[in-house]
Every structure is written in structure tokens, then in C-alpha cells.
Ligand binder design. Structure first.
Ligand SMILES: Nc1ncnc2c1ncn2[C@@H]1O[C@H](COP(=O)(O)OS(=O)(=O)O)[C@@H](OP(=O)(O)O)[C@H]1O
Ligand SMILES: [Mg+2]
Length: 463
């Protein structure tokens, strides 16, 4: 066989995205334009009349990877220049930044270009942005810095709002979290751009971009920027932001939960850290080894075996997890050899709308230990029945545990408020100093000079 007709050697870290049942390799790289029909790479195969099987959802994968990478890079560039007041508080008090809006715009724009028939369930809407011309302008500049042909601010609003689909069990749709873990993003820690394709209520494709996640967790000072990719039935892969080479990933090889560690949310208001610690104790996992990490990066680290378990323990009975916060991660863990259920052992149901209203929390683990973890979770949570007002209301331990989490969350809010007050005091001092120096000025002029126009400015958000 001449050098040019030799098949590429298979290894445990394939350099192409390949269907394991497929004998032909199909190149897998980010798209520049509408995907064209793939030509067979092996001319001999074509001569013999064997057509290479197409990669499952190959066109969708290329677009999804391109979209997630573009959005992730946009987020990275925002972080470098993020200034105060480039985030808004949503109704649920969670922050949303120019990067969330920018990322949702570029991903939705690419999806609409390549798959105009597909609806999108995206986290953000443009309502608050429309009220703020300064932030709108900033998003416009960000987006136009990464798209091929410039778009208008009206198109930005339209692209963001194309994520307003209601979801459901019929047909196919995309679901997008433009930044999962916005608080992590603002802290300069972990966050993720998460995109999944759902067909008839089942997740068929998932891509997660984790700009700050070390490629190798054992080398935290090494290269950062990990991308996780999976399609149903075809395995899970990792690549870096720079190198397109795909490596197959597998969950941790462990026989019992005690051999591994678990990961959980940084925010105690999102997942009960006290109950997770109790579950870990039941599983004989060494105390203090839990890894706290923002966003769906947690699914990524479980999928590649850095941690054996991801626990998301509800802090209230009324909160409904959002489908964009779990779709891609669930598939990536399952395709890497894990099992993902809710805390009652039910599969996550992505076919009932924009939220996982049929589920409570998440237990993701290496397949071999999932049942053991679930049993421990049930034991711990069984002692904490839920009362009518939606708050977990356990026996002595249950109440204490939940009270601790609530107190921790409240303490954090107080700390944030104190920081805000301190900043206000600094501004007042600065105003006084300037006034003393130049004779007359006001606190507002200082605020205006150091910050962008505050949300809800008097011009009513007119452009
Ligand atoms: N009460 C409550 N319970 C559970 N989950 C909640 C809750 N409130 C918010 N959220 C969602 O948490 C998303 C952030 O994910 P994580 O908790 O994994 O990361 S973090 O530690 O909060 O950064 C976060 O996603 P983003 O808003 O996209 O950042 C929210 O969708
Ligand atoms: Mg988000």
C-alpha cells in the first residue's frame, strides 16, 4: 500500500470525529460556510463502490462546534475588558452580561443560517437589553467583531429572541445556555457555553465550551480552554480551543464511590452543599475532597474522569432546572460511560418544555457507581420531606442542613451588598475630593465618568 492510500491508524485518541461503526474516516473541522457534501477521502473505497457512511449529525456537529467556539472566544474577549455595569440583574436576581447577550446572538445567528427550520430554546431574551442603549451598542460591537458580515442592533435583538421556543416532545430543536455559570464568569472562574440538539424529547448532540477549564486538571497552570463534544451512540470527545484533534473521553474507572471524588456548584443556593457532604460521608468519600466548580464544566470533568460524581441537590422544592443547563452535559457524561438521573433516579426529561419540571436535582456518576450514589442520596434526602411552602423541611438534621445553606446564601448576599456600599462610599469620597479640588462637582458626574450609563437611563433606552 502506498503512503497516500494508507488508512490513518486508529488509536485511543482518534484524530477525527468518527463513527465507531464506520470504516471510513470523515474529516471533522469547524465550518466556514454552509457544509457541503463530504467527498470520500479514500479514493479506493469509491472505486470499489463503497460509499462512506456519513457521520451521525455531521453537519449539525460542525456548526455546533463552530458556534460554541466563536461564542466562547467572544466571552473570553469580554472578560479581558469587562467593566462595571456591563451586567444587568434579571428578575430572578441572577446576573446577565454583555457576553451572555453576545454569545446568544452569535450562536443563534449561526444556527438560523445553517438550519433555518430549527427552533431554539435559549436562556436570554432581549427585553432588558432593549432598555439599555449603551449595553446594546457594546453587544453590537462585540458581535460585529466576530461575525462575517456586520449586523444591526435590531438584528441582535431578533437573533437573541429567536431563542424563545417553548420546547416539547415533538420534532427537533436546539437549546442554548450562552453562558452557564455567569457568576463564575464574573469571578474569572469556570463558566461554559452549552449547546444541544433535542429530537423528539431526546438529546442527540451536545457541545460544551469551557474557556477557563484546564485541558488537564492535574496541570492547572497549563493550557486552558476545553471543548466537550458528543452525539448519541457515538461516544464523547474532548479537544482544546486551539487544536482540532479529538480525544475520546471516558468516565473514571472506579469500583466504588469511595475511590473517587464528587463535584458540586460553587453557589450553595444552587445545590445543597451540606447534604452533598452528608451523601459523600455515606459513600465514605474523604471529607473535604469535593470539587466546587461553576457551570456544566462539572459534566465535563465527570465525563473525562477527573471526578466520579456530580451532585446537584435541590435547595427548594419549587425551583425547576432549565433544559439548557443540563442537555449537553447529560449526553456528554452518558456517552463517556456515565449515568445521569435526578435525585429520585428518574431520567432527565427534556421533552416537557423549557424546564426539567418532571425532575428534581441531578445525580451524574460513572455507570458502575451510580446506583450506589443514588441510594446514598435517597437515604440522606429521605430524612428531609418537603412542606407545603416548597422548602425542604426535615428532621433535626434536615432543618439544620438546609438552614445552613440558606444562611450561607444570605451571608453571600450581605457580602455583595457591603461591597456595593463600600464602592458607593469610595465614590462619595472621590466626589468630595474632586469637589475640594475643582470647586464644584457632584457624585453623579464621578459615576458617569467611571461607569457606563446605568440600566434604565432616563432616555428610556432609545437608540
Ligand atoms: N435556585 C437554584 N437552584 C439550582 N440552580 C439554579 C438556581 N438558581 C439559578 N440556578 C442555575 O444555576 C446555574 C449555574 O450553575 P451552577 O450552579 O452549576 O454553577 S454556579 O456554581 O452557580 O456558578 C445558573 O445558570 P446561569 O444563569 O446560566 O449562570 C442558573 O440557571
Ligand atoms: Mg446562562
Amino acid at each position: 500500500m502506498s503512503e497516500s492510500t494508507k488508512r490513518p491508524r486508529r488509536s485511543s485518541a482518534p484524530s477525527k470525529y468518527e463513527d465507531p461503526s464506520d470504516s471510513e474516516d470523515i474529516p471533522f473541522a469547524p465550518v466556514e460556510q454552509t457544509p457541503k457534501k463530504q467527498k470520500p477521502r479514500n479514493p479506493n473505497a469509491a472505486k470499489r463502490g463503497r460509499k462512506p457512511k456519513p457521520v451521525y449529525l455531521g453537519a449539525e456537529l460542525k456548526v455546533a462546534v463552530d458556534a460554541v467556539l466563536t461564542a466562547s472566544r467572544l466571552c473570553q474577549s469580554v472578560f479581558k475588558t469587562l467593566v462595571q455595569d456591563e451586567s444587568l440583574a434579571k428578575d430572578d436576581k441572577s446576573p446577565v452580561t454583555v457576553a451572555d447577550f453576545g454569545a446568544q446572538t452569535v450562536v443563534n445567528a449561526l444556527l438560523l443560517k445553517h438550519f433555518p427550520e430549527d427552533p431554539i430554546v435559549g436562556e436570554e431574551d432581549s427585553e432588558a437589553l432593549k432598555q439599555n442603549p449603551v449595553l446594546s451598542e457594546r453587544v453590537l460591537n462585540l458581535v460585529n467583531g466576530v461575525v462575517e458580515s456586520p449586523i444591526t442592533v435590531e438584528e441582535i435583538y431578533r437573533h437573541i429572541d429567536s431563542g424563545n421556543y417553548a420546547g416539547g416532545a415533538q420534532g427537533r430543536f436546539w437549546t442554548l445556555d450562552p453562558i452557564d455559570g455567569t457568576k463564575g464568569f464574573l469571578r474569572g472562574e469556570q463558566y461554559a457555553v452549552c449547546l444541544a440538539l433535542v429530537v423528539d424529547g431526546k438529546v442527540e448532540l451536545g457541545v460544551i465550551g469551557c474557556p477557563n477549564l484546564p485541558v488537564d486538571l492535574d496541570n492547572p497552570d497549563g493550557e486552558r480552554g476545553s471543548l466537550f463534544i458528543a452525539t448519541r451512540g457515538h461516544g464523547a470527545f474532548q479537544r482544546t480551543f486551539i487544536d482540532e484533534k479529538l480525544s475520546k473521553i471516558k468516565t473514571a474507572k472506579v469500583k466504588t464511590a469511595s475511590e473517587t471524588i464528587f463535584c458540586e456548584s460553587v453557589e450553595s443556593g444552587h445545590s445543597s452543599q451540606t447534604e452533598a457532604a452528608e451523601i459523600a460521608q455515606h459513600l465514605k468519600i474523604a471529607a473535604g475532597t469535593g470539587k466546587r466548580m461553576d457551570s456544566q464544566c462539572k459534566y465535563g470533568v465527570v465525563a473525562r474522569g477527573d471526578a466520579g460524581i456530580y451532585l446537584r441537590i435541590p435547595t427548594s422544592d419549587t425551583y425547576e432546572e432549565k433544559i439548557w443547563g443540563h442537555a449537553a452535559g447529560m449526553l456528554i457524561v452518558e456517552e463517556a460511560g456515565g449515568v445521569v438521573t435526578d435525585v429520585e433516579g428518574k431520567p432527565l426529561d427534556f421533552g416537557v418544555g423549557r424546564t426539567l419540571k418532571n425532575n428534581k436535582g441531578v445525580v451524574a456518576a460513572t455507570a458502575r457507581i451510580h446506583a450506589e450514589v443514588l441510594e446514598a442520596a435517597k437515604k440522606v434526602l429521605r430524612t428531609k420531606p418537603v412542606n407545603g411552602d416548597g422548602q425542604v423541611n426535615g428532621g433535626a438534621t434536615g432543618t439544620a442542613a438546609v438552614a445552613k445553606d440558606v444562611l450561607e446564601a444570605a451571608a453571600k448576599e450581605v457580602a455583595d451588598a457591603v461591597a456595593e456600599q463600600q464602592q458607593q462610599q469610595q465614590l462619595e469620597v472621590a466626589a468630595m475630593m474632586v469637589e475640594a479640588a475643582v470647586g464644584s462637582t457632584t457624585e453623579e458626574t464621578i459615576v458617569d465618568s467611571v461607569m457606563a450609563e446605568p440600566f434604565g437611563a432616563e432616555n428610556g433606552g432609545q437608540n
